[in-house]
Write a protein that binds this ligand. Sequence first.
Ligand SMILES: Nc1ncnc2c1ncn2[C@@H]1O[C@H](COP(=O)(O)OP(=O)(O)OP(=O)(O)O)[C@@H](O)[C@H]1O
Length: 328
Amino acid sequence: MTGVKQDLELVALTKRYGSTLAVDSISHHFRSSSYTCLLGPSGCGKSSTLRMIAGHETVSEGSILLAGRDISALPPAKRRTAMMFQNYALFPHLSVLDNVAFSLKMKGVDKSERHAKANEMLELVDLTPLAGRLPAQLSGGQQQRVALARALITRPQVLLLDEPLSALDPFLRVRMRSELRKLQKELDISFLHVTHGQDEALALADEVVVMNNAVIEQAGPAREVFNAPKTKFVAQFMGGHNVIALPEGNIAIRTDAVTTTTVPEGRLEARILAVEYQGTHVSVLTRVAGDQEVTALMPDAAFFANPHNPGDRIGLTWDTASQHQLTA
Ligand SMILES: Nc1ncnc2c1ncn2[C@@H]1O[C@H](COP(=O)(O)OP(=O)(O)OP(=O)(O)O)[C@@H](O)[C@H]1O
């Protein structure tokens, strides 16, 4: 595996369902051994993209290359990709061990070899003691690990994960996401993870690919996409930003980069609409000229050193070097 570039490349990839254009000619290069999150609102085409890569959906136009080879017409099992589904899709009547070994059985691998490989995978996901159980006898997090082991046993170059954490409670979700990240590093293969949660994407991804309306709106390292959104959609979807229409055009500025002044002498004059205490920070929601809402997220000590109340007229200011001009 090491040494050989296993990059995944999408070239003008398109998916139509009748008259619905679900994926509109997207092109992207996913580096090998990277963790990428495909992020976007419901219906933007994330799952269709993932399913085309996996081979569970036909490609309408364009191609999918893995390590330079066009895999778009190959059956799923021949692509060197594996998919982990949202609902895990485990066979209820098979033990954990047999669930994990299933794809090897389909390939005609003999019992002792497939059980040995399945045991290896169970060890990888810390499930060895539960090998004999049925899926119904496992917790949600354990079922998810079985699904992971079952996908990884095929030794894929790219693991495709469709909303893998959505069925878990919030506590387990945070724990499992660090396990996913650790596993990706250990295995040194690419993970391509679909999510509609920006927190999840920022926590996990080397690269974040933001989709909207069937196209890629912005892609880049997680910090870059968060800190320097290029469009209004990305700024609002990633959160933590104000989008403000100024005479020079629309800009994005992080809410924690905006500070308040007591008299309206800052960059913008504002009236406070609401003050929300959030523990470490205080969120000050204001309205500025043109009926626009702007939030200043201040460290609690800074706010309480000079507190404001709803109705107060204040100024808002920020370092212009922190603002980003938006292109759309
Ligand atoms: N099998 C199908 N037949 C017809 N239209 C479909 C089919 N699957 C998806 N679509 C449509 O294609 C578009 C993209 O769907 P897709 O499932 O790829 O989006 P998504 O971003 O994964 O959404 P979600 O986060 O809700 O899963 C949507 O308009 C959807 O209604």
